[in-house]
Design a protein around this ligand. Structure first.
Ligand SMILES: [Zn+2]
Length: 446
């Protein structure tokens, strides 16, 4: 759910009198290759007659049937949410709560065609827990994610255990504490594009203790990459090894987690397969310089509520030698921040050209007086600034806990300064307008 929706739910469910409360909400489905996410998209606060608060809150059948019928008409599922005002951490279902949810599960499934989702809010520390009523017994979720300027995840420790602290991570843990480390380490983090920037990002995530890193890139290593792919060898280039294989090898070597997995996705994001794989992750790094995959990631950030950390380098040589212009950009795409199109990091007409194959067409490029992006100037020294900016966004988003990601940041090399860029959402932005669409997202692939 979004941070905004979390705030609205908290103000209803955590009552000043300390009693439990209850309400309904609708959800959309986001289907990854292996994971299904339920995106809570609208809170349906109860009317006066819809529930009884008496220490334990009881919901009335008319309210459930009315909202299930409306949800079905809108193509949504229905969730039932209640609070444990003094609870802390992932909450179990009491016999009373179990029987109450189960009594509505069949009705809701029959009316909406989707399982009833049950959520419990622990008032003591704000943790959520969730289950899906696919049958007459609940299936527990792995986590509940709240996405805003911070990513706050409630973990189901029984399914995704807290990783054991490692001696190798002592100085990292001392920076933000064991709880923040355990939360960050359990995130599934995808790096799309493991070139000069993405490769190093993947290694530093592994070194920091992240247990599940995914790398996605369809390219192979070539000689011309070796001035920026630190750790790749001449042999990698000679054998034309896949960039994801090289990234996986180096990430395993850098990893400090006791149980570390790196998953290789040797295909393009701009395919059904690529999008499905991406939807299994909790945070995505956009380390590609092409407009099309960036547009796909930007749309996923809103439609599927997965934070996308994007960055890139803009560098132009001076005709008489030296550098004319160089700057780096980094930003986190989450609801409340502008998308990559509104913040002018990508141009949607370029996305169309790339989808038509024209950005790789020498005839078109010559006619349009453009250069192929494949040969764009790039240096390892400046990539380091982009890497630092992206990882800084990740720490603010996941581990710092007291800060929030803000507007896009630009680092200008000639002035050796950075500034925030004030962009606002365009009135007809199709990406931000599809917030929480899930599988009803506008597909930019295929
Ligand atoms: Zn936008």
């Amino acid at each position: 759910m979004t941070a905004e929706l979390n705030t609205a739910l908290r103000s209803h469910l955590l009552r000043p009198d300390g009693d439990e409360d209850i309400c309904l909400a609708t959800y959309s489905v986001s289907t990854g290759a292996r994971r299904v996410t339920h995106l809570i998209d609208d809170v349906l606060l109860p009317g006066r007659e819809d529930r009884i608060v008496h220490g334990n809150a009881t919901i009335r059948g008319e309210y459930v049937l009315r909202e299930a019928t409306a949800a079905a008409a809108a193509g949504r599922g229905l969730a039932i949410l209640h609070s444990h005002p003094r609870g802390r951490g992932w909450q179990q279902l009491s016999r009373y709560d179990h029987d109450a949810e189960r009594s509505y599960a069949t009705l809701v499934r029959e009316v909406t065609g989707l399982p009833l989702i049950g959520l419990t809010l622990a008032g003591g520390d704000g943790a959520w827990s969730a289950r899906s009523w696919d049958t007459t017994e609940p299936t527990w979720s792995e986590s509940v994610r709240v996405v805003g300027g911070r990513l706050e995840v409630s973990w189901n420790d029984a399914l995704v255990p807290k990783p054991a602290a490692q001696a190798a991570q002592a100085r990292t843990v001392s920076a933000w504490g064991e709880a923040a480390q355990a939360d960050m380490a359990r995130l599934k983090v995808l790096v799309v594009g493991v070139g000069s920037v993405g490769l190093d990002v993947a290694l530093r995530l592994a070194a920091s203790g992240v247990q599940h890193v995914g790398v996605m890139d369809a390219d192979v290593v070539e000689r011309r990459n070796l001035d920026r792919l630190v750790g790749a060898t001449r042999w990698d280039a000679r054998l034309r090894r896949r960039k994801v294989a090289v990234a996986a090898r180096l990430a395993r070597r850098a990893a400090t987690a006791d149980e570390f997995t790196v998953e290789q996705h040797a295909f393009s994001l701009c395919t059904q397969q690529g999008v499905a794989a991406a939807l299994d992750y909790d945070v995505i790094f956009s380390c590609v310089d092409r407009p099309w995959p960036r547009a796909v990631l930007s749309s996923i950030a809103y439609a599927d509520l997965i934070p996308v950390i994007d960055g890139g380098l803009d560098l132009a040589p001076h005709p008489q030698g030296g550098i004319l212009r160089a700057s780096a950009r980094f930003q986190t795409v989450v609801p409340g921040n502008p998308c990559l199109a509104c913040s002018r990091q990508i141009n949607m007409s370029e996305v169309t050209l790339e989808r038509q194959g024209l950005l790789d067409n020498p005839g078109y490029l010559e006619q349009a007086g453009r250069q192929s992006q494949d040969g764009a100037p790039n240096v390892a020294a400046f990539s380091a600034t982009v890497i630092a900016g992206l990882l800084e966004q990740f720490v603010v988003l996941t581990a710092a806990r007291r800060w929030e990601v803000g507007p896009p940041i630009q680092h200008i090399f000639s002035l050796q300064t950075r500034r925030t860029l004030e962009y606002t959402t365009g009135s007809a932005c199709s990406m931000e307008g599809r917030l929480l669409a899930g599988d009803r997202r506008v597909s930019l692939v295929g």
